[in-house]
Design a protein around this ligand. Structure first.
Ligand code: OSB
Ligand code: MG
Length: 367
């Protein structure tokens, strides 16, 4: 496939409410879209890097710089590109997986749209709809949290994830468990604890959580194994899992027994699928994480989440959990599920007028 060029477009999308985690508060998303133009089709990739390097070392301005200055020049050296070769071509550039994922996804979407083949069938989806959970930020009070969780359960979400940090952990979990009974419930610490907190985290054990996500720093994988010895709730890794190999290593030392798969964090959907496969082979279930994506990123995540070993509901929430207006046709919850798009590629594209309205800049880089 020949590349004519790539448009880098930034959009600002206000969140419907502030989303608070142990690493900060998000009130809007500033998203980089990569539009890959070929003679036969154009493809879209959404870069999941946030505005500030708080969740990971990547951030959206840096990602755009890396795409423009390092990734596209490497790609444009080749006049015949396939998505399966992108990661190898970009290999000389270290790290910057979210930037690479956006580029690879744009190429993959263009390729599959040209072929009229859906991302789901390309990746090996075995379902036509996926079970959806929702990630609930740190609230100002237990009462406010209970109201939010109640609203999401009313909307049909099939699993609740609570963000936790020291000082906001045992009591909110207890309150949600007491009020809502037997729901699927899990927590995400975004690396807010240390190994010295293991006994404290064990106080979550009586609440029958599905998992505790990323309690410790992303580089402290071995220490997660120590936590897993002390805490009986399964440990799940998010930030630490940057490749399929990292997943295999973490699992083999007992650092986690469940894996959160986020394609942006691991350089794209192809590495995400390999991670899924490795985890399946090791008997470890996975679920699809989220990065407050627009409909572009969500469409691809929903396709991925339709693979066999995605055994738990994902952070693949409906458009209206995040935005008053999504940049695509909105994803709407149907009995707690989202339908896997069936059109070519990611099966969706931005609505031109909405995209224009939300855009803050565009940049064309010809091949
Ligand atoms: O740790 O899973 C996380 C959002 C931004 C960055 C990191 C995380 C999250 C979420 C929200 O938990 C998931 C979503 O609904 O997209
Ligand atoms: Mg997480």
């Amino acid at each position: 496939m020949k590349l004519e060029g790539v448009e880098l477009r930034r959009v600002k999308m206000p969140l419907r409410g502030p989303f608070r985690t142990s690493f900060g508060v998000e009130t809007e998303r500033d998203i980089l879209f990569v539009r890959v133009v070929t003679p036969d089709a154009e493809g879209w990739g959404e870069c999941v890097a946030m505005s500030d390097p708080l969740y990971s070392s990547e951030y959206v301005d840096g990602a755009q710089e890396v795409v423009r200055r390092f990734l596209l020049p490497l790609l444009f050296e080749h006049d015949d590109i396939t998505a399966s070769r992108v990661a190898t071509i970009l290999e000389p550039i270290q790290g910057h997986r979210m930037a690479k994922a956006a580029v690879e996804t744009g190429v993959l979407d263009a390729e599959l749209k040209a072929a009229g083949r859906s991302l789901g069938s390309h990746l090996g989806a075995v379902r036509d709809r996926v079970e959806c959970g929702v990630s609930v930020g740190i609230a100002n009070s237990i009462g406010e949290l209970l109201d939010q969780v109640d609203g999401y359960l009313q909307a049909g979400y099939r699993r609740i994830k609570l963000k936790i940090e020291p000082g906001w952990d045992i009591e909110p979990v207890r309150a949600v468990r007491e009020r809502f009974g037997d729901i699927l419930l899990q927590v995400d610490a975004n690396a807010a604890y240390t190994v010295a907190d293991a006994q404290h985290l064990a106080k979550l054990d009586p609440f029958d959580l599905l998992l505790i996500e990323q309690p410790l720093h992303e580089e402290h994988v071995r220490e997660h194994a120590e936590v897993a010895e002390i805490v009986s709730t399964p440990i799940c890794l998010d930030e630490s899992i940057v490749t399929a190999r990292a997943a295999a290593e973490a699992i083999s030392i007992g650092a986690c027994s469940i894996v959160n798969i986020k394609p942006g964090r691991m350089g794209g959907y192809l590495e995400a699928r390999r991670t899924h496969d490795v985890c399946a082979a090791m008997g470890v279930p996975v679920w699809c994480g989220g990065m407050l994506e627009s409909g572009i990123g969500r469409a691809a995540n929903v396709a991925l989440a339709a693979l066999e070993n995605f055994k738990l509901p994902g952070d693949t929430s409906a458009s209206d959990r995040y935005f008053a207006t999504d940049v695509t046709e909105p994803f709407v919850l149907d009995d707690g599920y989202l339908h896997v798009p069936t059109g070519g590629g990611i099966g969706i594209a931005p609505v031109p007028e909405i995209l224009e309205e939300l855009s803050t800049s565009t940049e064309w880089i010809g091949a």
